[in-house]
Structure formats: C-alpha cells, structure tokens
Design a protein around this ligand. Structure first.
Ligand SMILES: *Cc1c(COP(=O)(O)O)cnc(C)c1O
Length: 388
C-alpha cells in the first residue's frame, strides 16, 4: 500500500464539464478560430470590469507588445517598470528598442508607488507599467495623478487582477489594463490575454494591430470569415484569440466569483496558521479599501534565522509532495539583462531582498482546506529540522 499523499501542485486550473461542453460545441460548430465566442468574451470583460473596450488576444504579453508598438518608440525612449515582474514586460520593452528603467517596490506589498517612480522620470520617459501584485490592487489614485501631471502614459499590468477592486471599483474600469488568461491565472483560456481601455482611438488601433493591421475585424456569418475586401491599413501582427479558447473563458468568467471566494477562504486559513511561524512572512495587504482576488499566496522565508536558502526550502517542499512557485525572480538579476543593461538610478534594495526570499505556496480553487494544514505542517517540519 502507498501511504504517500498525492502531489499537491502549486496551481491547477478548475476545469469542469461546463468548460468541456463549451469547447466541444465550438469544435462541432464549423468555426474554431476568432469569431462570435471571442466577441462574447470581450463583452463579458466589459460587463465585469466596466471597461469600455475589451480586445481578446492570445496572451497578455501580446497586449504589452501591441501597447508598446502603438507608442512608436524612438531609441533611447524609457519605460519605468518594476524589475520584480514577469519577464515578458521587460522582454517586450527591450525588443521594441526602448530602455527599461527599473523602479523598486514596497518591501511588504511588492508594489511600486508614485513616490518611488517620480524621481526616475526623465525627458525620455514615455510610459509607466506598474503591476497589481498577487491579486491585490495598486494605489491607482496617486499613480494616475502622477501620469496626468507629467503627461506620461500609464499601463496597468493586471495579469493577476481579474476580479480585483481598487477601493470599490474593478481594476480595468478606467485607463488601460492588460489581463492574462494563462492557466495559472484566476481564469483561463489555455493561453490568452484581454486588453481593456477607455481610450477609443487606442482600442481601434489595438484591434487592427492584433490581426495583420487589416481595417476590418468583424466575423461575417455568411462567408464564415472576415470581409474579403479588408486591406492592410498598417503592418500588424497575428495575436487574435480563437473561439476554442474564448469558449473556455466565457464559462470561467462566470465562475470567477466562486473561484475568488474559495481562494479567499484558503488564503485566510494560511494567514491564520502561519501567524505563529516566525521564519515565514506573508505579504502585507493594501491599507486602502480593496477587494483582493488572491491570485497568489506569496511568503518570504527568513533565510538568516532558518539557515536555509529559498531554493533548498522549495526543494524540501517538493520532496514532501508539495509544489511551490517563484513570482518573481528580479529581471535585472537575470543573465541577459545583467549583461546588457546599465544599472539604473534606483538601487532596487527591496526588489533584491525579496527576489532571494519569496515563494508562492499552493493556492487554487479546487484545493481543499486540509491541503493548507498539510502545507503548513510541512513548512514547520522543514524549519524544525533545520534549527535542531
Ligand atoms: C502572467 C503574467 C504576464 C504575462 O501573461 P501571458 O498571458 O502569459 O503573456 C505578465 N505580467 C505578469 C505580472 C504576469 O504574472
């Protein structure tokens, strides 16, 4: 007999019969790429977030690429973004020929602020890309004030933030925000992203750029395709979201409330059980009113007191059948950026401190409350083993 409990992954999408039926219906329909289901998912995002325009894309990274492309960068133009972010943002900035200027984050929320950004603004700064981290909200009022006062664009990386509310307003309701539907995110389309904006000319441009730069996007039911007379208005890309994927997202977005309720219960249980573990500190939550979507449950390991590195700690968890994640390893410490970017003006003290100590514990809607007990027991046993 095998008494080992099964491996607990750090994340898993919640896919039920409804999702399977929705995708199967698209497969049987005769139209599997971008069409009516993608439009329906865009409308669902508009209803949920209150945004005026939503454009379905094949990834959030594609949205970053299109947003940067729409700015027509000249060499030397700068984008201010945290180094503690997913590398796709930094990759796109560099690939577009612009220069990333890294801003430090708060040590305990992992989010940047207007006060940290302001001193880094130069006459070449074109855009600011802060991250709503782990499902908590950025302090948007002060970021918007800074962006307006200095005439610099603000693009919210909302990859973690579908369902998050800043004060009482959903992220995405105004301004420009990009969501991700990668399988670890709070809702998934397999791969996918959603570009939400209240800027009508920008929305029109993104819609065109996502599909070859053609002037026409509408799905034509009679010809089962786009109007054949469509012509290139400007050279574009191929970033559209197929209906097979969108159908999955339509079911998932209906279940978002259920997902966040389950995530919140698990997160609250972690917070309670870990409150007595000195070597483990969870992130701080915003001090303004907000709704946390609990995308990730991130903790910092006290590597000095425990005498164990984060890498060894994650390896021990894995041996005990528990997965964990790392969101994120600071971009400026990774090989290409280390070797090719000049150090910027911000010393990134909190970024480097966290980059060495953070890990994400298992958190997903189908996880059971008992699994939280198991993770915390494993953490305590690893720490006890080290101190003795
Ligand atoms: C996942 C993620 C992205 C990229 O999303 P994709 O849909 O995989 O392109 C961007 N930024 C952050 C903070 C992310 O976590």
């Amino acid at each position: 007999m095998n008494d080992q409990p099964s491996f607990l992954p750090f994340s898993a999408p919640s896919i039920g019969q409804q999702e399977i039926d929705a995708v199967t219906a698209v497969l049987r329909s005769g139209w599997i790429t971008t069409g009516p289901r993608a439009s329906e998912l865009e409308s669902a995002y508009c209803r949920l977030t209150g945004c005026q325009h939503a454009i379905a894309l094949y990834s959030a990274t594609a949205g970053m690429h299109l947003a940067l492309h729409a700015l027509n960068f000249k060499p030397g133009d700068e984008v201010i973004t945290p180094s503690l972010t997913w590398v796709s943002t930094v990759n796109m900035i560099v690939a577009m020929g612009a220069t990333p200027v890294f801003v430090d984050v708060d040590r305990d929320s992992l989010m940047t602020t207007a006060e940290r950004i302001e001193p880094l603004i130069s006459d070449r700064t074109r855009l600011i890309i802060p991250v709503h981290y782990a499902g908590a909200a950025l302090d948007l009022d002060s970021l918007r004030k800074l962006s307006q006062a200095r005439g610099i664009g603000l693009l919210e990386d909302a990859a973690h933030a579908i369902g998050t509310e800043y004060k009482t307003t959903p992220v995405g309701a105004s301004g420009t925000a990009i969501f991700s539907m990668h399988p670890i995110k709070n809702i998934t389309t397999g791969e996918g992203g959603m570009f939400c904006t209240d800027d009508a000319p920008l929305a029109e441009r993104i819609r065109r750029l996502k599909f070859h730069g053609l002037g026409v996007d509408a799905f034509d039911r009679e010809t089962h395709g786009r109007a054949p007379q469509a012509e290139v208005i400007e050279p574009g890309f191929k970033y559209n979201l197929p209906d097979m994927n969108a159908a999955l997202g339509i079911v998932q977005i209906e279940r978002l409330g259920e997902f966040i309720r389950k995530r919140t219960l698990l997160a609250e249980k972690y917070l309670e059980l870990l409150s007595g573990v000195d070597e483990i500190s969870p992130l701080a939550q915003p001090d303004f009113e907000n709704r946390h979507a609990w995308h990730l449950f991130i903790v910092r390991l006290d590597i000095e007191a425990s005498g164990i590195t984060r890498e060894a700690f994650m390896a021990r968890l894995k041996e005990m059948g528990i997965g964990s994640g790392l969101h994120f390893r600071a971009a400026h410490l990774q090989k290409y950026f280390r070797e090719n970017l000049e150090p910027g003006p911000d010393p990134l003290t909190n970024t480097e401190w966290n980059s060495e100590r953070i890990l994400s514990l298992p958190l997903f809607p189908d996880m059971q409350p008992d699994d939280v007990d198991r993770v915390v027991a494993a953490i305590k046993s690893i720490l006890a083993g080290r101190k003795s």
